[in-house]
Design a protein around this ligand. Structure first.
Ligand code: AHR
Length: 339
């Protein structure tokens, strides 16, 4: 009997210890989930990871929206397909995120999914490339580049390089044009600047034009193919719509033993100004790079902070950008850049 009572006592004590532990544990879980619940949740949809530039944009957004700053960022990579991005946005809506940041692969085709976000009461901030929608109220704000003005800076460089001779005769300028992803804002703006310049300069001609998808590999293939169709001595300008494409095309030229850049007959124009392209620019293989600034996280952060406080925000914010030629670059400067 005594033995039985002792066993019961031990069991009761163990139960009490377990209950005390369980209660304590629940308390901890509560406070932890409360902490997570307090975070502002952002769904960030990127079109892919096709370039060093885009990786820098992803990093910039991730660095701006941290848990320490009160945010939880859900990142989705659309693997270069608009359909995937649309699915990702729908997932964000189902998850009930507080904001959506969308970097759209192309400009059109977003009306339906943006309407779904609007009806769910989720503000959408567009970044990097823009959207073209029937109703401007489908998104709250846009932050990104003025791609047309980037293109115009590149055109100004080509115009200065190919001035009329002393006899007043305009030189013939044959251009190989490697475009970015067709229908993306970056391609539309940069191509439009070139198309306008072609209308103004009868002596400028496109001798090859192909879409390089903003990638090094595709651009290299295009340049290799172009060299089988066009004599390299006929090429005066290589207009590549981003750094990856410039690096791919240069690699193809180098492999064929053809020199390009400053002091050669082929001027190379690029866009982005990533570290590797700036190195090539400083060494003369790229003549000019129109900067496209991927450090957009801080701009997005300011907008979302303002929205959190119920403040109005600008519908369009263009980020600061400049241009580079070899003489404006040093190793220290390139090393000091974030991307
Ligand atoms: O939309 C910006 C463009 O997209 C950048 O020029 C390019 O590198 C990126 O992939």
């Amino acid at each position: 009997m005594f033995k039985y009572k002792k066993a019961l006592c031990i069991m009761l004590s163990l139960c009490m210890v377990w209950m005390a532990f369980a209660c304590g544990k629940d308390k901890t879980d509560d406070s932890q989930s409360k902490k997570t619940d307090d975070l502002i949740v952002i769904g960030f949809s990127q079109p892919g990871a096709e370039s060093a530039w885009r990786v820098a944009l992803t990093d910039s957004v991730k660095e701006s929206f941290t848990e320490e700053n009160g945010y939880k960022l859900i990142y989705k990579d659309g693997r270069s397909k608009q359909d995937n991005q649309i699915k990702d946005i729908r997932t964000f809506i189902q998850q009930g995120v507080d904001y959506i940041i969308l970097s759209p692969i192309v400009e059109t085709g977003w009306d339906t999914v943006l309407l779904e976000a609007k009806e769910a009461g989720i503000p959408v901030i567009i970044c990097d490339r823009n959207v073209v929608v029937n109703n401007q109220s489908l998104y709250t704000a846009y932050v990104g580049s003025n791609f047309l003005s980037e293109g115009e800076r590149a055109i100004e460089y080509i115009e200065n390089l190919y001035q009329p001779g002393d006899d007043g005769v305009e030189p013939e300028v044959n251009i190989v044009h490697i475009q970015g992803t067709i229908d993306s804002s970056a391609q539309i703006g940069r191509s439009k600047a070139l198309e306008r310049a072609l209308l103004e300069h009868d002596n400028w001609h496109i001798i090859a034009e192909e879409c390089g998808e903003f990638t090094k590999a595709r651009s290299k293939e295009i340049m290799k193919q172009t060299l089988t169709e066009v004599d390299s001595s006929e090429i005066n300008v290589l207009y590549c719509e981003n750094d990856e494409e410039a690096m791919g095309a240069i690699a193809a030229l180098n492999e064929a033993g053809i020199k390009c850049g400053v002091g050669t007959s082929i001027a190379v124009i690029s866009f982005d100004a990533t570290k590797s392209a700036l190195e090539l620019c400083m060494n003369g293989q790229i003549n000019m790079v129109a900067e496209c600034n991927p450090i957009q996280g801080p701009y997005l952060y300011d907008i979302i902070e303002a929205l959190n406080k119920g403040e109005n925000v600008s519908k369009i914010t263009y980020i600061d950008e400049t241009s580079f030629t070899g003489d404006s670059l040093t190793e220290d400067f390139i090393a000091s850049r974030k991307y």
